[in-house]
Design a protein around this ligand. Structure first.
Ligand code: GAL
Length: 705
């Protein structure tokens, strides 16, 4: 048992708190810029393909652990995640640590050949902590305060809470940082919910000070003469996440929340790395399309990304799920982990249908095809009580297998067999990049202008035809290095800073093909309108601009170089201004302001081109538009001929490639391998037919194209 720390709220701590809250830190906090450029991290030990589970030994008598672990081995489980909600057991009293039970759990797992990912338990503070320091509790935007018994009831801005989190993370790392059975660390669990407490407000004022320097500068960039918003001091600026509010404030709120979460994660990562071997990775697990913070920023200092892949209604939209894998792979531009997924069903949706037989395995192989190196199921066994009694598990409360157990065991056997082939492979680099700008998403979500305009749906619409035709797509932040991509699409790049515009221009001039979607180039980095109309600083390259725009309440006919189609949700009247800017699509007649007006412009620039589409197209039209883009940019055909309902993915190591085929449909599908390819795993292939819900892997020898 070690000494209590920090000292219980005494005079010294109070003084430190006052100093911290009143003065900007000596190292200006904005020095950590919002750049998404990843630092070079030392290599961690790459995992072979692994199947794992969340295991909560603290919820069971120790006498049952052995039987659970033995059964896990039977399921082919090779990694468990544990500890992420066990703070009350790890530190039963302030500064008194009890690692005995977790020592034994880690050692026992090791004896069964199961490796461990340790979660820092900071998503669930013990009651003694929040009782002694009620100021660490999370305050909602409406002023209500979270209490004990739930989780995530802490403020991300609380310096006191941070000190406790760093201490427990550091103590755990001191104990397990060199433990050969521990392969990595997960910081907290699904971070993201902001707090609006007193300390958060003080941090907000400091963050604004660091960003703007003078309040006059903020007033200018935010145009605060609108509605007499003019501020005299930074601490007058309200901490708000939703409108009606100044768009610059709303975007800055997201940046501020991103900054605090990145700092929260970085502090724990630093505490861990002080003691841990570099072979242990450090990550955090994120939720799908988590909109609370900038994922690129939070992942900047982590070794790998990890996400929790759930299909609450049990009806997978395979392409949307593929996109999400590609989005997460983009956070670090490398392989990732599925830290949680469902063994059959969840318990938190409106209607928690189970996946059908075979689909749990399909989900796993889809994830691997898209870059996951490990798939962990949440959870092994349901606690007898607690909030999640209805969730899917591998074994029942009796410790005996549930129906999905065998399917997961089969998947684990296959992964073990395929590991030697797929080790050190990554999804093959794409020829197409899709820019996912979280800032643009936030800007549009704050001012949708149409209830039907959903920026994530637009991104998904643009992604879908590429994926359905078997084209690989890398999803990247707007400031990513675009060298080597033949085609870059930016579905709704609403926020376009001058810097990003310059980089995109350079990309095009060097021979790249850039296609912008509606609402692009409307705002600068302060979420202020560009005075020169859309696409703002890219207007001169395009030789055109958006003359007028408005949301649509029904389909509008459109005719384009790729065929006739309909626009819906959004329409923009485009105006070519340069002689060599081509009009390649027009809205039909009798369509209000859109009648007969240009809807698609394109101009050749340098060795490349830039195009702008001023509409959201129906699915068929988007498909044809996509094929047109592919032809214009001369994107090479995919290795496998597309088959409806079958997803083909490639992982590569140098010139060697591996095809993963997953039949998501209810009927067998005919597939043919390219010349030079041979099956590695074909239990689900009969003749040349891939069974319904079947999975198969093939190897393509060097140099085959
Ligand atoms: C996740 C969470 C887990 C568990 C799971 C149930 O979002 O991280 O702790 O609650 O959902 O689906």
């Amino acid at each position: 048992m070690s000494k209590p720390f920090p000292p219980r709220a005494g005079g010294f701590l109070a003084l430190v708190m006052i100093v911290l809250l009143t003065f900007p830190a000596t190292q200006p906090l904005h020095a950590k810029t919002l750049s998404t450029t990843a630092p070079t991290l030392a290599p961690f030990e790459a995992a072979p393909l692994s199947i794992g589970v969340s295991w909560y030994p603290e919820q069971w008598p120790e006498s049952q652990w052995e039987a659970d672990l033995a059964l896990m081995r039977r399921a082919g489980v090779s990694v468990v995640r544990l500890g992420e909600f066990a703070w009350a057991r790890l530190e039963p009293r302030d500064g008194e640590f009890d690692f005995g039970w977790i020592d034994r759990a880690v050692a026992l797992a090791g004896r069964h050949g199961i490796r461990v990912v340790l979660g820092t338990p900071t998503a669930a503070p013990p009651v003694w902590l929040t009782e002694a320091h009620p100021d660490v509790l999370r305050v909602n935007e409406d002023g209500s305060v979270e209490g004990h018994g739930e989780r995530r009831q802490f403020s991300f801005a609380s310096a006191t809470y941070r000190r406790y989190t760093v201490r427990i993370a550091g103590e755990m790392a001191r104990r397990y940082g060199r433990n050969p059975d521990v392969v990595g660390w997960q910081i907290d669990n699904e971070i993201g919910v902001p707090s609006f407490d007193r300390e958060a407000k003080a941090r907000w004022a400091r963050w604004l000070t660091a960003r703007y320097g003078t309040v006059e500068e903020l007033n200018r960039r935010w145009t605060t003469d609108y509605w007499s918003q003019r501020y005299q001091r930074f601490d007058q600026v309200p901490l708000k996440s939703k409108g009606p509010q100044n768009p610059a404030l709303l975007l800055d709120f997201k940046r501020f929340a991103s900054f605090l979460w990145a700092e929260y994660v970085d502090e724990q990562a630093a505490a861990i790395r002080t003691h841990a071997d570099r072979r242990q990775f450090v990550t955090t697990n994120s939720t799908a399309w988590n909109n609370n913070f900038d994922q690129y920023l939070v992942h900047r200092g982590l070794d790998l990304a990890a996400w929790d892949d759930y299909v609450p209604n049990g009806r997978p939209d395979w392409t949307a799920n593929a996109l999400h894998h590609d989005v997460v792979r983009g956070y670090r531009q490398r392989n990732f982990w599925i830290m949680e997924t469902q063994p059959g069903r969840v318990d938190w949706g409106a209607l928690n249908r189970s996946l059908d037989p075979g689909q749990t395995r399909e989900l796993a192989w889809q994830a691997v095809g898209r870059g996951a190196d490990a798939i962990l199921y949440w959870q092994w066994r349901s606690a007898l009580n607690g909030q999640e009694q209805y969730h899917g598990t591998l074994v029942g409360p009796d410790g005996q297998p549930m129906p999905v157990f065998d399917e997961i065991a089969r998947t684990a056997r296959e992964m073990a067999a395929m590991s030697r082939w797929l080790k050190d492979t990554q999804p093959e680099k794409a020829e197409v990049a899709l820019l996912y700008s979280q800032e643009s998403r936030w800007a549009i979500e704050a001012e949708r202008h149409s209830r039907d305009y959903d920026p994530v749906a637009t991104i998904t619409d643009w992604y879908r035809p590429f994926a359905d035709d078997g084209y690989r797509v890398d999803v990247l932040p707007p400031d990513a290095d675009l060298a080597g991509y033949r085609l870059v699409v930016a579905p709704n790049l609403n926020i376009l800073s001058g810097d990003t515009a310059e980089r995109l221009k350079a990309y095009v001039e060097r021979g790249g093909h850039l296609v912008l979607g509606p609402r692009s180039g409307m705002k600068d980095g302060d979420n202020a309108l560009w005075p020169m109309r859309q696409p703002g600083p890219l207007g001169t390259s395009l030789g055109g601009r958006v003359g007028y725009y408005y949301p649509l309440d029904g389909p509008v006919a459109m005719s384009a170089i790729f065929g006739d189609t309909t626009a819906h949700i959004w329409g923009e009247v485009l105006e070519p201004v340069a002689d060599d800017t081509k009009v390649l699509g027009r809205f039909g007649s009798d369509q209000g302001w859109l009648s007969g007006q240009p809807a698609l412009l394109r101009r050749k620039v340098g060795r490349g081109s830039i195009a702008y589409l001023g509409a959201i197209l129906d699915q068929q039209g988007q498909g044809r538009f996509t094929r047109w883009m592919i032809t214009e940019a001369a994107v090479p055909r995919p290795l496998m001929t597309p088959v409806d309902g079958v997803e083909f993915m490639t992982r590569a190591r140098g010139a060697e490639r591996f095809i993963i085929a997953v039949n998501h449909g209810e009927t067998a599908k005919r597939i043919s391998l390219p010349a030079g390819a041979g099956w590695l795993h074909s239990d689900d292939v009969q003749g040349d037919m891939l069974r319904p819900h079947g999975v198969a892997l093939a190897h393509v020898k060097h140099g085959t194209r």
